[in-house]
Design a protein around this ligand. Structure first.
Ligand code: BEZ
Length: 275
């Protein structure tokens, strides 16, 4: 299993805004009281719990590859209709309960761009989601879309090359998959879904103490989110590479008219029905 970069404290400090910008995808999920919902890549369980509070007589199961997240989710949010399980979500079929065809809805927010990084697991991932759902069940998700945080990808790739990492290795270290709506629609159709909505939105996000790093600055965000990039840099050069990423980003993301800082998030959102 891949190294666990996440701890709830670091995530809460650098990215606690992620579950808060979710009104659209939650409206697409349209939770009903009886719903049985599988949440893929549930993180520390904040949003999973909110969903479970609407599925009052149903059931919600949150899955995540980070033991740290699952342990926090269980301690803070477990309830009779909301459970959490540690699972590498590229291998949903290793959890029989997940793929038993009993779920009304499968949901995912801001996780699939990490989960789907490796091209060879994508088609089995979507087939397993399809298998998880009841006939006519719905897969609703939001993730980074094409062009997401392009400035971060460019700054991190350049910093790795400056630290002596070959381009191909820098490319492989990129931990994200940010597909276009067209490509995602094709992946879903191939796995047996009828795609009802697949939309791409540019959602520049203003960095504030809340959206980027409660302790101030970009450093915490870069060290957490770009950990897999930085891991391939020689240890003695790692801090300098992180600093270069921050310095370049500060320059690019700052609006000169008022000094505000914006990251170029794009969102890919979909509603797909099991055929
Ligand atoms: C995202 O949610 O789009 C995202 C967050 C951190 C790093 C990269 C992408």
């Amino acid at each position: 299993m891949a190294k666990d970069h996440w701890t709830s404290d670091r995530y809460d400090s650098a990215a606690s805004f992620v579950p808060k910008l979710t009104s659209k995808v939650i409206s697409y999920l349209d939770v009903q009281p009886n719903d049985r919902i599988l949440d893929i890549g549930c993180g520390d369980g904040v949003l999973t719990t909110q969903i479970a509070q609407s599925a009052t007589s149903g059931k919600v199961l949150g899955l995540d590859a980070s033991e740290s997240f699952i342990s926090t989710a269980r301690d803070k949010y477990g309830s009779p209709n909301c459970n959490f399980q540690h699972l590498d979500c590229t291998k949903l079929d290793q959890c029989p309960e997940a793929v038993d065809g009993s779920w009304d809805k499968v949901f995912s927010n801001a996780a699939m761009h990490w989960i789907l990084r490796k091209p060879d697991i994508r088609s089995s991932f979507f087939q397993n989601v399809n298998k998880a759902l009841k006939s006519g069940g719905t897969f609703v998700f939001e993730m980074g879309g094409s062009g997401n945080v392009a400035e971060v990808q460019a700054a991190a790739t350049a910093a790795l090359i400056h630290a002596g990492v070959p381009l191909e290795k820098a490319r492989e270290a990129n931990p994200w998959f940010f597909p276009s709506a067209e490509h995602m629609s094709a992946l879903l159709s191939d796995a047996g879904f009828e795609v009802q909505v697949c939309e791409h939105e540019y959602r520049a996000t203003k960095l504030t103490a809340e959206t980027v790093d409660k302790s101030g600055g970009l450093e915490g965000w870069v060290k957490l989110m770009c950990a897999q990039f930085l891991e391939v840099v020689e240890e003695g050069k790692r801090d300098a590479a992180a600093k270069e990423i921050c310095d370049v980003l500060e320059e690019i993301i700052t609006r000169h008219e008022d000094g505000s800082k914006w990251l170029g998030y794009t969102r890919l959102r979909a509603i797909a029905k099991k055929r």
